[in-house]
Design a protein around this ligand. Structure first.
Ligand SMILES: [Mn+2]
Length: 375
């Protein structure tokens, strides 16, 4: 069964009342999350390409962080309780996990980042903290107790720790136990602390892409420089300065304004589509698509997108995958839309939109490893 998640309210209501605003506890909203199990996660954490962490500690600490890749023996010496293994971007390495992202259709696809999965022994936790990103925490198995506090920012007091950013204290405002199939949405900056109530506590964290305005500016500037332009600074309406030795704010405003005007629609579109289509883990493409458990169960499924292939379209009929782009012909466009809108495709869906150009496109993208025919 493929991983499923359904908002218990409409997307409109969620965005208006909760998104980036306040937490939402959702009961019995997810299913099909039985894979990966603990052994599969531990196996991923042995791989060089995979980002993973092992955090031990509980209560008032002490807290300890180890970064992967790990070796078998690291897991053999773990205590019975109070540790958590976190594996980042599992959707890139296990394509079947990426299928859950299709269920977040109340947001544009570029806004999704990745799925981190944590496995905790009883009492395991990453400590009280806040994240800078929105997150959906979906309980896949076992139970986790969530304590939720108030808003935090860079001035919030943290514990002295070299690597972990844990809160010095947390005023608990709400507390919930999430069972398998339940989910918790948290906006950025809200203090939270989740502790495994039993062993085999597996939580999927769906994270979101939120580039900083500084990063966006950098990419816009790079793109503008690459595309060039002959325009120089103009000051037709100048008056004789009262203080010729000063760079006045009026000139700063003119210079900045003209810089922003230099960003043509095409510069903006190309810079941002490239940035937002970049994969968090391009080397995930080295992992063979192993989708049998999930995809094969869906008898109509014919083709699947690799979990590490990040595909978005721009409004000028270009497709962007992992930072590279393709100009789409009118003929190939309907098929490309389908390929970008979802991740698993039936023969019927594909045939309805197939054209010669579409076939060429699919062939090229299969050769590149972005898509795979299912057996
Ligand atoms: Mn968190």
């Amino acid at each position: 069964m493929r991983p499923q998640f359904t908002l218990p309210i409409s997307g409109e209501q969620f965005l208006a009342e909760y998104w980036q605003k306040k937490p939402l506890v959702m009961r019995n909203v997810a299913s099909g999350l039985s894979h990966p199990d603990a052994d599969t996660l531990a196996g991923l954490a042995l791989e060089d390409e995979v980002e993973s962490r092992l955090i031990t500690g509980h209560g008032n600490g002490p807290w300890n962080l180890q970064n992967g890749p790990f070796q078998d023996n690291d897991f053999n010496v773990l205590p019975r309780e109070n540790w958590t293994l976190l594996v980042q971007s599992v959707d890139c390495f296990l394509t079947e996990v990426s299928l859950l992202l299709d269920r977040f259709d109340f947001l544009p696809s570029w806004r999704l980042e990745d799925i981190m999965i944590s496995y905790a022994a009883k009492g395991g936790s990453v400590g009280p903290h806040f994240d800078r990103y929105d997150v959906f925490l979906i309980q896949a198995s076992g139970k986790r107790r969530w304590k939720i506090g108030g808003p935090c920012d860079e001035r919030t007091a943290l514990l002295q720790h070299d690597q972990l950013k844990l809160l010095e204290k947390m005023d608990v405002r709400e507390e919930y136990v999430l069972e398998a199939g339940d989910a918790l949405y948290l906006p950025p900056g809200i203090a939270h602390w989740g502790t495994a109530e039993d062993s085999d506590c597996i939580t999927w964290s769906v994270g979101f892409r939120a580039p900083s305005p500084i990063e966006v500016l950098g990419r816009l500037a790079d793109q503008a420089a690459e595309m060039g332009g002959e325009t120089l600074f103009r000051d037709t309406e100048r008056e004789v300065p009262a203080r010729r030795e000063v760079l006045e704010s009026a000139d700063i405003a003119r210079l900045t304004q003209q810089a922003i005007e230099a960003l043509s629609p095409s510069i903006k579109r190309q810079a941002l589509a490239a940035l937002l289509s970049e994969s968090r883990c391009p080397n995930g493409l080295d992992f063979e698509v192993d989708c049998q458990q999930v995809c094969a169960a869906d008898e109509t499924a014919m083709l699947v997108r690799h979990g590490a292939a990040r595909l978005i379209l721009d409004a000028e009929n270009n497709a962007w995958i992992n930072g590279d782009n393709w100009a789409l012909s009118e003929d190939a466009l309907p098929l490309a839309r389908l390929l970008a809108k979802q991740r698993l495709y039936s023969d019927e869906e594909l045939q309805a939109l197939m054209t010669d150009d579409g076939q060429d496109l699919i062939d090229e993208w299969i050769d590149a490893g972005y898509f795979t025919w299912l057996e």
